[in-house]
Design a protein around this ligand. Structure first.
Ligand SMILES: Cc1cc2nc3c(=O)[nH]c(=O)nc-3n(C[C@H](O)[C@H](O)[C@H](O)COP(=O)(O)OP(=O)(O)OC[C@H]3O[C@@H](n4cnc5c(N)ncnc54)[C@H](O)[C@@H]3O)c2cc1C
Length: 282
């Protein structure tokens, strides 16, 4: 039997974080699996679900704030997420099953720091900034700096992930998320890709952002492929060049689900799917 603490405010949470062997629990969909596999054995749980300050979506003039303990199901139904962050919305819809989406949270997905975490590639292309809170205050860290390796983050003792801040992308854009797995639902991705293209009024690519899941120790980005597209008119040729650069840049491994070579090809093909299938580009 383990004790479960359920603080109802951040004020009540801070003293509990002084015990290093107690685990933070949001939806439990990763932590409980880890415990069952013998990879975690906390002395007690600190359950975050009753802390209202960690939930919901708030709209600012130029950005959105998403509370870490907001469930995937709540985010899928949220009109601001659907309207402003389609790339994240698309990814959330592929995550797990209805039950997992109801229990699992955005913060849990981020803090697990799996290279296959479905919300991560969208958050990378959206340049999400994480708000880490502790009793002594708050610090903001870009997601790419927070996640330092498979299962590793920059979270310090006494700190929690409180929320995620994302600029509302403006102007003409193409949002795209796709996951390739062994089956459509409840499968860890063999490879995934999030893309965010900003287009000028006359259809030129103003900027391109790409992030791949499951093809490296963390989510992989590829600045040279992005630079290749910036300032160009969309064409099959330019996307093929960017796909070739991306295939060389990703760092997949062989595992039971797929070979490294297959993952590398899929990474390029996912980028190619933006053209001509991204109908807004044609
Ligand atoms: C059957 C099944 C299918 C799944 N399918 C997918 C899938 O398709 N795609 C996918 O990406 N994931 C999938 N997952 C993994 C999991 O559902 C997600 O990663 C989920 O978002 C985790 O959120 P959670 O709230 O349940 O995290 P928890 O299990 O509660 O926590 C995970 C970790 O994060 C820490 N943590 C949680 N919240 C915070 C916080 N606010 N601050 C600091 N630390 C925190 C916890 O201490 C723990 O170490 C699946 C899991 C299962 C069991």
């Amino acid at each position: 039997m383990r004790e479960v603490f359920s603080p109802e405010s951040l004020e009540a949470l801070w003293p509990l974080l002084e015990a290093p062997s107690w685990a933070l629990l949001a939806g439990g969909t990763d932590l409980l699996v880890k415990m069952r596999a013998g990879r975690s054995d906390p002395a007690a749980f600190i359950c975050l679900e009753r802390i209202a300050e960690l939930r919901g979506v708030r709209e600012g003039e130029t950005d959105l704030w998403i509370g870490a303990c907001t469930s995937h199901a709540e985010l899928i139904c949220h009109p601001l997420v659907e309207r402003h962050l389609p790339v994240l919305h698309q990814a959330l819809r592929t995550l797990g099953s209805p039950l997992i989406r109801r229990m699992g949270t955005l913060g849990g997905n981020i803090c697990t720091a799996s290279p296959a975490g479905d919300t991560l590639p969208p958050l990378y292309v959206l340049d999400a900034v994480l708000e880490l809170r502790s009793q002594s205050g708050m610090r903001r860290v870009p997601i790419g700096e927070f996640i330092t390796g498979p299962g590793r983050t920059g979270l310090e003792q006494g700190e929690i992930l409180a929320g995620v801040r994302v600029e509302k992308p403006g102007g003409r854009q193409v949002h795209h998320f796709e996951k390739v797995g062994q089956r459509k639902a409840m499968a860890i991705g063999v490879a995934s890709m999030a893309a965010l293209l900003r287009l000028s009024v006359d259809g030129e690519i103003f900027s391109a952002r790409f992030a791949w899941g499951s093809v490296g120790p963390t989510v992989m980005t590829c600045a040279p492929a992005e630079a290749l597209l910036a300032g160009k008119r969309p064409s099959r040729g330019v996307f093929e060049q960017a796909a070739a650069v991306a295939m060389a840049a990703v760092a997949p491994i062989d595992d039971v689900r797929a070979s490294a070579e297959y993952r590398r090809r899929v990474s390029g093909n996912l980028l190619l799917r933006l053209f001509p299938e991204g109908s807004t580009l044609t």
